[in-house]
Each structure stands twice: as C-alpha cells, then as structure tokens.
Ligand binder design. Sequence first.
Ligand SMILES: [Zn+2]
Length: 379
Amino acid sequence: MAPISSAQPSLPLERAAARTSAAGTDFFSPDYVSARARFRAAALRAGAALDALPLAARGPHDESLTIDFAWLGTRRPRRVMLHISGVHGTEAFAGSAVQLALLAAPPPLPADGALILVHVLNPYGMAWLRRANEHNVDLNRNFHLDNGIWTGAPPLYKRLDALLNPASPPARDAFALRLAAAGLRHGVRAVRQAIAHGQHRYPRGLFYGGAELQPGPRLFIDWLQAQLGSAEAVFAIDLHTGLGPHAGDTLMVEPGVGTAPLPVLSRALQRPITGGVMAPSAYTVRGSLGGALPRLLPDVRVEFVLQEIGTWSTLRVLHALREENRCHLHGNGGPDHPAKQRLREALCPASPAWREAAVAHGCDLVYRAAGWLFRGNTA
Ligand SMILES: [Zn+2]
C-alpha cells in the first residue's frame, strides 16, 4: 500500500461515512449560486486546488455559470478518483451535496493519488431547474466522438413525439393514460427504450442529444485530456438521480467500458453492479459520458461507474420532465414555476430521509472505490 500523504485526513472509511451521513441534509443547497459558492469555500477549507471553466450561457438572474473543479492530493497523480456531478442539471443538487460531504471528510489519499470533484457539468440545467442544457441537449446523450452520427431518432420516438413534447405550456392532458395506451400498443419496454435512448431529430424534445458537441462537454473533454491524459488509472463515478428504488442506489457500467471485469469490480466495491442492458428498469443510451471516457483517455486504465439514486416512479419523473420542458420552451420558464419545482422534487426529493440516504450512498461509493483504487488493485 502506498504511503498516505500527511496533508490529507486519514479518517477510517467507516468513521468518515458516519460523519457525513449524520448531517447529510445540511449539504443540500437551494440553488446553483449557493451550491457553487459553498463548493468553492469547502474546497479551499479542505486544501484543494480550484479550477473553473466558464460557459457563455447565463443563469435566470443573469449570473455567470461555470463548471468547477476541486483537486485534492498531488497535481501529478498516477491514480485518480474522479467524481462528476450534474451531467443532468436538476440532478446536481444531490451530486453537489455528496461533493460537499466528501470535501468535509475526504477518503485517505496516497502520495501518488488525487481526488478530483467535478462540480455540475451542466450548470445551466441546475440554475434553471432543468435536466437539459442551454440548447435543450441531454448531455448524457451528447458525448459522441465521431462525426456523422448527429442525426436520427428511434422510429418509435416519432410516434411518441406529440405525446412527449406538446408545443404548449404545462397543462393537464391525461398524459399518464395516453402513455399507458402507448405502452399497451407498442410494449412498455419498447416505449421506455425509444424515449430514453436519445434522439437527434427533435431539438425541442426530451432526451435530445444535440447536433454537435455542446460547449460544456467540449470544455470538459479538453480539460480532462490535458490534466489526466498521462495518469495511469482513473476511476470515474458519475452521480445521477431519478432511476431505481426510492432512496436506494443502483450501480451501472457501460457495456464494454472499464478495465476490470465486472465481477472483480463488484467484489472491489462490495456491491452488485449491472450492465445498462441487463438492468430491468434501465435502458441503453447513445452518446453517454461513460461510453466516451476510455476513448478520451486512451493511455489510461479507466473504470467508470454510473450511480443512480432512486427518487419516485419512472412515470412521475417522466411526467415532471415533460411539464418542465413545456414550461421552459413554451411557458414563462422561470425557476419558481410549479413545473420547475415539481421537477426538482422528482429528481431531488425534499424529504430529510431521502437526502441523508443520497449523501450516504454517494460518499460510501467513493470511499469504497478509493479504497480499492489506492490499494493498487486497478487491473
Ligand atoms: Zn441523470
């Protein structure tokens, strides 16, 4: 085992986990601006180096938006624990809370190791309470590294477009019934897959993957390759919310991504892990961040785990996404609108029990992954 840097806290993992979960709700911020300020202040308190990538997009009060980084440990790391929050804007509330908790009680780092926290990859989405970015792009459908694949949509999406994406402000229109009818007609699994797969034909629709690489991902990719391209091993965790059992967490890997075989990774994390295709409630996705990582860091041993913390039913989450999209594109779009607030609840429940569980799950996974990575078992 490599020596532990004396500059880092060396709390046993269990103690650190207990310390953070006890005050899990305290780490949640009410909005993007305060989350960012708290993240930067906590990073400085923890002795982390800070970095920020500014975006041209603005927040609802004309505030500037940045992707922020906190870097703990050596600046020339051989092994890196990379934690990413807010690929989907509204899901960043939980991700930001987990990162604040990690800054309060980081895992022990060896002399050749670093913990890098990427705070809110989609700050526009967090600031405006939406999942997509400033161009209505779902960033986890946007990491295409080849040209010529920015077109098309699942054939069934075309038939669902009018139901999913009405060009009108939020209103009651029997969405649940009509969706159930579509499920009966086409099969529930086929409908779910067609919706969530990602599409490039309906720029105002849900799960739109964009027509080009978006500014946030472009900046992030450049940063990642410049900073981590010569590392030996990177273990990336991408935290999401909304899928799976309420207040439980589900770990998923991208098929074909990752150096360690799934059983090895599962043993290392002491958790079951599913491939995206295998999970009963999940679906396959095109253009995901996890799918792109090994190609972005071709000389690095990459492990990638997507952590989903469950909130409410798939129907409730989808309905909230639909109404928020109508509000943003066809209504007043302000973050105080009930449709925005309902999406926040759908992806970041207000209940203290959920929030404590979210922070505990988020920290626990990082502690386990860091414990494994920094013991050297990266192959
Ligand atoms: Zn997500």
